[in-house]
Write a protein that binds this ligand. Structure first.
Ligand code: S3P
Length: 280
């Protein structure tokens, strides 16, 4: 509204406008306070990461997050904006995890290992734990082709699938700070191994043939195991593949008998140790 018209408004309407301006100014000032407080909060998060790294402490202490959430819940309990405040707090927690991840991992985390070693499950969980994007090479291929991996093997053969698998790594060439769960056979080609190692830390998830069988025997979506879903065959194929995994892996993480949370904690610790040794 231009000044001339405002001046022509009756006095009480002018007063009303001024009130609106004052409220808007208050909001603007509060926003600045929030922005400053958030920046200070993020600084603290980075400081804590530094401290934990220095003292070799576990990075993700879920208990601390829970404690913090409880304090906040109590503070807003019964408040008319309780739900909204807690929603915003949830987003703040997510952003803090991003800050943590950014200061910890500037590279990609590539997960390799035999079928059923838990790559996809671990990558998914780790992605949420660190607020990092999770990409799955099998899923990329299925999306590109619009057909299942079993159909691809049947219609075009394994070699065709392996070419697409190599292409996933090419497609991810410029990406950083991803968690990539790779198909169990990705290490069969030396050029794939080179591509993975040059762009991230390669983590080998291990599992015994018995564990693999337990995890997979009800599924039919692994063409290499269809008709071969038994422990002796899994043991044989795993033995054949083992040197490839050994050769590709920067770190090794066991998965037998562990929860996904425990696996992720070991993984983060080992990746950071590896990174520290590589840098030093
Ligand atoms: C394969 C593993 C599968 C999938 C394809 C071939 C392999 O991925 O890429 O069936 O050769 O080990 P997962 O390891 O995710 O099951």
């Amino acid at each position: 509204m231009n000044e001339d018209i405002r001046n022509e408004l009756p006095a009480d309407q002018n007063e009303d406008k001024a009130r609106l301006e004052r409220i808007r100014n208050r909001i603007a000032a509060i926003d600045l306070t929030i922005a400053d407080a958030l920046a200070r909060r993020m600084d603290c998060v980075e400081e804590i990461i530094g401290y934990k790294e220095e003292h070799g402490m576990i990075i993700f202490q879920g208990d601390q997050e829970k404690k913090q959430r409880k304090v906040l819940r109590e503070r807003v309990a019964g408040h008319k904006y309780e739900d909204e405040i807690l929603d915003v707090y949830q987003e703040i927690i997510k952003s803090s995890r991003k800050v943590q991840a950014r200061s910890l991992f500037s590279y990609n985390i590539m997960l390799i290992g035999f079928m059923g070693s838990g790559k996809t499950t671990v990558a998914d969980y780790l992605g949420r734990m660190l607020e990092m994007e999770h990409v799955d090479t099998d899923e990329m291929i299925v999306n590109w082709m619009g057909m299942s991996i079993s159909d691809m093997f049947r219609n075009y053969g394994e070699a065709y699938f392996r070419n697409l698998e190599s292409n996933t790594l090419l497609a991810l060439r410029e990406r950083k700070q991803l968690i990539v769960s790779c198909g169990g056979g990705i290490t069969l080609r030396p050029e794939n191994v080179e591509a993975m190692r040059s762009r991230g830390v390669v983590v080998w998830l291990t599992a015994t043939p018995e564990t693999v069988y337990d995890r997979l025997h009800l599924f039919t979506d692994r063409p290499l195991l269809n008709g071969n879903m038994n422990i002796p065959y899994i043991t044989k194929l795993m033995k054949e593949r083992e040197p490839r995994y050994v050769n590709a892996a920067d770190v090794r993480v066991p998965t037998d008998g562990l929860t996904v949370h425990e696996i992720c904690e070991i993984l983060v610790k080992r990746v950071l140790e590896f990174q520290k040794n590589r840098a030093g």
